[in-house]
Design a binder for this molecule. Structure first.
Ligand SMILES: [Zn+2]
Length: 252
């Protein structure tokens, strides 16, 4: 495990499910059990989808816990915190129903179990490698679970983030400190996953999928970086991706 995290409350009542070898526990106070159940169902579907696509989740336990965090969700190895602000299925945050946030947040944070937890990277200096890749695979979760047309809404939400900074062509591969708040959201969570899709289209989806399985296997328990990601992708497509990375990832 790369990190340690502990959450505790006398009010937690877990709901649980098993996927393959993994027991999934979703913890929340009894009054928020409907939300805890949505988190559990989403995590179970996501664990199955990412496992099939990239390689099996290697632990026998995954815990998702309701906390008063200010973020929507935060990933830890084998554990995920989800904010209590979105657990009431009847409620909404801004104009977006909580149920949409519960599913997208849970699917995103479960994705980090593959890219951040098992395959590590420098989260401060190369945030695109965990965040943009995880945003992209969250879109794959929606495609696999609901079909391509139902997943279009999630993809448009990614483009919408980038639109909020007028699709600025700020490089994706910068450290967190190089972006202001709006740029970080628009570039790392919007332009980034659009780039990963562009990469998949350039390589061919099947080749890209094989590359991602190899990336997960090769850098399991290790630390990947942009150069390793690029070089492994090129070895799979047998093509030159330098100009694509220059246009999207690197500062000119
Ligand atoms: Zn994330």
């Amino acid at each position: 495990m790369r990190d340690f995290y502990l959450a505790a409350s006398p009010d937690y009542v877990p709901v649980s499910a098993t996927v393959g070898q993994t027991r999934i526990n979703s913890y929340a106070p009894a009054a928020l059990e409907d939300g805890a159940q949505i988190v559990l169902d989403t995590a179970a579907a996501a664990l199955e989808i990412y496992g099939r696509r990239f390689g099996t989740y290697p632990f026998t336990e995954l815990d998702l816990v309701n906390t008063p965090t200010l973020a929507l969700g935060i990933e830890y190895p084998g554990m995920i915190a989800v904010t209590d602000r979105i657990y009431d299925p009847e409620g909404s945050l801004g104009s977006t129903p909580n149920t949409i946030f519960l599913e997208s947040t849970t699917a995103h944070e479960v994705g980090h179990q593959w890219f951040y937890s098992v395959v590590g990277n420098d989260q401060l200096d190369e945030p695109w490698l965990d965040e943009s890749v995880t945003q992209y695979i969250t879109w794959l979760y929606y495609q696999d679970r609901y079909g391509a047309s139902a997943a279009e809404g999630f993809y448009q939400s990614l483009v919408g983030r980038w639109n909020r900074i007028e699709q600025a062509d700020i490089p994706i591969g910068l450290p967190v400190s190089a972006y202001d708040g709006a740029e970080y959201s628009g570039i790392i969570y919007g332009r980034g996953p659009v780039f990963v899709d562009k990469l998949a289209q350039t390589m061919g989806q099947e080749t890209f999928d094989a590359f991602m399985r190899d990336y997960y296997a090769r850098y399991q328990w290790g630390i990947a970086d942009t150069e390793k990601f690029l070089s492994l992708a090129q070895s799979h497509c047998n093509c030159d991706l330098n100009s694509l990375f220059a246009a999207w990832i690197y500062a000119q």
